[in-house]
Design a protein around this ligand. Structure first.
Ligand code: ADP
Length: 597
């Protein structure tokens, strides 16, 4: 661009200087010629006046001396010619040569001077052997035109002046040309530099860098273009920032979702996959650009996504995942029909929901079953009683006994169920306080003393007197220990031993209830804390058990911030142990039961 600009402006400059040069040299030459002619005319006039004023002479020497003197003072060749054309004197011709000079009457300048008062001619002079410019003017003596005075200048001198003029003009033009070329080169460089800067800015913008600015000053077209480019960069950068913010916002929402999200693009490859899905399917971070089948490595899911994309309608299914993290996922694949096309698959982890559903179903079935048994017993006993009451008072007493026992069992069941539901609904208000476990166990034993004595069972308080205080809710702790000691009493044979103890262990207190009873088979231990789970249903019923006791215990221990476990083996007795937090002097009591699980 710089070269082009320079060449074009150079051509313009050369043309302009050429035209100016030609015009100037023509005009100036003409002017010069005119000036020289005018100058000669003035000199001729002055010389004519001097000749008229000179004293009259008739000698050849006199005329010659006059012509010579005037020629010297006027710096020209002066020729004095009389009316008849005879040359009287000439500054450039010696007197003895005068005789050989032709008559000048026919010379145009002489004729012009005599007829119009001024004659001009250009011609080769044989006398001085040079081309001359002649200007003649008449002169008078004694009141009449006596002759003509002619001044002449060699054309060589005029040409010399002209050549000087041309010389000056040439150099002037050359200097103008050089200066103009320099200026044009500089301005071409400046223009091209601006253009280069604009190009750099445009390239930077194309690369996605919108921080580059042309920062053009001035009011020319390039500056305007630069400013327009800056505005474009500004507005593009703003738009881009806005788009980025929107994308980040959407990205944050998608990543913050609990549901897994997978999005495929036009080419069927994964373009987006959120962190929830990564966790659900235990995926790595490099899923983008792969096919969904490669990413999820599950045929059913891949087929679902493929279906949605191929058939163009929503496909959904509940899919069971085995492996390291078994899960049940509800997958819904929706085809995106607008450009860019693709499939949006949303994964909802329903493992917990399904587990809870099963639990609830089982619970309802178990509870109904548990309730039906005593109700049936009560009904049939009541019916039999109706017939036997009058005739057989002994049998009647037996049936009333059955009714009473079953009613009691129903009451226990209902109470246990209510307890459980209250604890689970967190309606069980806990108020934490410091509990001396030794004193607590001792006080509790008083409640069981009679029953224990009946079975000749020894109750032992193994809680050290100097043990740290526990942080617990007294009512909950009482129910926990009551249930555990009650079970131990129920299931242990006569002469057994039951001890309640506690030890400090890794920042918590570990409380245990141990018996030397029959023990529990290993295979039952994992399910022992489940609702309605019993090792021997018949025996439990017979002893008035509901199958809910340990479940209540587990919930309460957890509500107190502890954990429970059981150790047992057949014939070796059973030990239930749970942890409790240690009470601290600076303890902050938080009575809000909502925080307790
Ligand atoms: P239940 O009302 O039947 O006692 P629990 O939930 O309290 O229900 O106990 C569940 C089952 O655990 C009982 O049926 C019993 O078989 C077993 N079990 C609980 N405690 C003991 C124990 N100390 N010794 C032996 N078996 C026990």
């Amino acid at each position: 661009m710089r070269a082009k600009l320079f060449v074009v402006s150079l051509a313009a400059i050369v043309l302009a200087v050429g035209i100016a040069h030609t015009y100037l040299s023509r005009t100036l030459e003409g002017m010069l010629a005119q000036r020289i002619e005018d100058d000669l005319s003035v000199r001729a006039g002055l010389v004519a006046r001097d000749v008229a004023a000179a004293p009259l002479t008739s000698s050849v020497a006199g005329w010659h001396a006059l012509a010579d003197e005037l020629g010297r003072s006027a710096h020209v060749r002066v020729t004095i010619i009389d009316r008849g054309g005879q040359v009287l004197g000439d500054s450039d011709v010696s007197p003895d040569q005068l005789a050989s000079i032709d008559n000048h009457a026919a010379r145009p300048e002489v004729q012009g001077a005599l007829s119009t008062g001024r004659g001009v001619a250009t011609r080769y002079s044989t006398t001085v052997r040079a081309r001359m410019l002649y200007v003649a003017a008449p002169f008078s003596q004694g009141g009449a035109v006596r002759g003509v005075v002619r001044v002449a200048l060699p054309l060589v001198e005029i040409e010399k002046a002209e050549s000087q003029l041309n010389h000056a003009l040439f150099w002037g033009s050359a200097i103008a040309l050089v200066v103009a070329s320099l200026m044009s080169a500089v301005s071409a460089e400046m223009a091209s530099r601006t253009a280069r800067r604009l190009t750099e800015v445009a390239r930077a913008m194309a690369r996605g860098d919108f921080t580059a600015r042309a920062q053009s000053a001035g009011g020319d077209e390039l500056a305007l273009l630069g400013r327009a480019l800056d505005q474009l960069a500004e507005s593009l950068s703003r738009t881009l920032d806005k788009l980025r913010a929107e994308r980040d916002f959407v990205g944050r929402i998608v990543n913050g979702m609990q549901e897994g999200v997978l999005l495929t693009g036009n080419d069927g490859k994964v373009v987006l996959l959120n962190s929830a899905l990564r966790q659900m399917l235990l995926l790595g971070a490099d899923a983008r650009g792969k096919s969904p089948a490669d990413v999820v490595s599950n045929e059913e899911i891949a087929a679902l996504i493929h279906d949605a994309s191929a058939k163009g309608h929503t496909a959904s299914a509940e899919i069971e995942l085995s492996g390291l993290k078994p899960r049940r996922l509800l997958v819904r694949a929706v085809p995106l029909l607008d450009e860019p096309r693709g499939v949006l698959a949303v994964f909802v982890d329903v493992t917990e929901i399904r587990r809870l559903e099963t639990l609830r179903r089982d619970f309802v079935a178990n509870a109904s079953h548990e309730l039906r048994t005593p109700v049936t017993a009560v009904r049939s006993a009541a019916e039999t009683l109706r017939g036997a009451a009058a005739s057989d008072p002994e049998a009647a007493a037996h049936f009333i006994d059955i009714i009473e026992r079953n009613a009691e069992r129903l009451q226990r069941l209902v109470e246990d169920l209510l307890d459980l539901s209250r604890i689970e609904a967190r309606e069980f208000r806990l108020s934490f306080e410091d509990v001396d476990l030794h004193a607590f166990a001792a006080q509790m034993f008083t409640l069981f003393r009679d029953r224990a004595e009946k079975k000749r069972i020894r109750l032992q308080n193994e809680v050290p007197r100097d043990l740290e205080l526990a942080l617990a809710d007294r009512r909950a702790l009482e129910q926990i220990l009551t249930n555990l000691v009650d079970n131990a009493l129920k299931y242990s044979p006569e002469g057994a031993e039951i001890s309640v103890g506690a030890v400090r262990e890794a920042g918590v207190l570990r409380v245990f209830v141990r018996d030397t009873g029959p023990g529990i088979e290993q295979r039952h231990l994992p399910r022992l804390f489940e609702r309605f789970y019993r090792v021997d249903t018949g025996r439990s019923r017979e002893l008035g058990g509901t199958g809910l006791g340990l479940s209540i215990v587990k919930h309460l221990v957890e509500a107190l911030g502890g954990m429970i476990g059981v150790e047992s083996a057949t014939g070796k007795g059973t030990t239930f142990a749970f942890t409790l937090p240690i009470w601290r002097e600076d303890q902050q009591f938080d009575d809000d039961d909502d925080d307790e699980g």
